[in-house]
Design a protein around this ligand. Structure first.
Ligand code: FES
Length: 130
């Protein structure tokens, strides 16, 4: 998969901010010991994550309170909706995220993927998961 490099700007004492590139928005979180970059919209129902709560190493979406582990991206509420985490490199004080560029998918491909994720969630739920 092709990568693109997204400049994140200077920290300037900020703890969180968003950047845009090529029509896509990213959320940058400065956690003190590391910088985490993810998509700015929740993978569940696309609510903005910029107002999410940081709790116990997770980002909690204000939409439906799904919690995403900021080390792995795993969703603690629904395993089929992980949060994409983009690697960050810092060179001479300049932060850049390395983002995988997804290939274009048609609407039918997107709907099939959505249906597949729904079936996976239903199977997990039927087996006693969350
Ligand atoms: S939109 Fe984020 S948890 Fe539903």
């Amino acid at each position: 998969m092709p990568l693109t490099r997204v400049p994140l700007g200077a920290r300037d004492g900020r703890e969180r901010w968003t950047v845009q590139q090529d029509g896509r928005s990213y959320l940058v979180l400065d956690l003190g010991d590391r910088v985490v970059v993810t998509d700015a919209l929740c993978p569940h129902k696309q609510n903005p994550l910029a107002d999410g709560l940081l709790r116990d190493g997770s980002l909690v979406c204000p939409g439906h309170w799904y919690a995403f582990d900021l080390t792995t991206g795993a969703c603690r509420n629904a395993s089929e909706t992980p949060l994409p985490l983009h690697p960050v490199v810092e060179t001479d004080g300049v932060l850049v995220a390395e983002v995988v560029v997804e290939p274009h998918r048609s609407w039918s491909e997107r709907l099939r993927a959505h249906a597949h994720a729904h079936e996976a969630h239903k199977k997990t739920y039927d087996e006693g998961g969350r």
